[in-house]
Unconditional design. Sequence first.
Length: 273
Amino acid sequence: MMSTFLSNGIAVEFDDVGSGDALVLVHGHPFNRSMWRPQVERFSASGWRIIAPDLRGYGGSTVVSGKVTLDVFARDVAALLDHLGVDELVMVGLSMGGQIAMEFFRLFPDRIRGLVLADTSPRADSVEGKRLRLDTAERVVREGMAGYAQETLPRMVAPYNIAQRPDVARHVLEMMNTTSAEGAAAALRGRAERPDYADVLRGVAVPTLVVVGRDDDFTPVAEAEFTQTLIPNATLTVIENAGHMPNLERQTEFNEALERFLGTVPSHSSSQR
């Protein structure tokens, strides 16, 4: 069920579907909550309360220009959860969403009962990476999202899946094309300033799944392996025949991996006994 939450002048549009323990899905850049549709449908029907927000600047939420850092996104999610009366949760984040999940854990570790980091990296941007991110922010404001979206699509979705799964390619391209250039640029500028999360991840003591597409060009398997080494007892799953968005490119395999992982997370009720 789509709803809107207003906090400090920011309207956050979100889905809140199903019942049970909370599973919070945090989308990546430059997407919106519709990227989680296969997971919302699957897990809301199997005993989970799915909460999937549009981050500020994306989808139906308020567009904020300038710069939005990861802690702002994380606090927005926390405010939404407070509004919904959710104190503890399992959080799933992909790409930028995974970095927001790391920041959420840094700020609110006692609220996280399980963590899924998909196709993401804990490292801070290099000097070159920071410059590229800032240049991209200026480019999308100047030119709009269309050119950036077309160029980036083959890195978001593996080229063979663009051919084999045109429905997925269309969905990903539509999300990118309909994202506000100002909102995307603000997030890019904020991500350029993100910290290194290695020390944060070393302190994670809850069940954690690291998942990555075999052919992810942005965050290769080696980066996922590095992330796994930082987190005590983390599990790594590599999704074959997928790129940066395995939850859409290979939704069955992604959902199966997520379901196996969720089976290892104690329920909220049992953790309170």
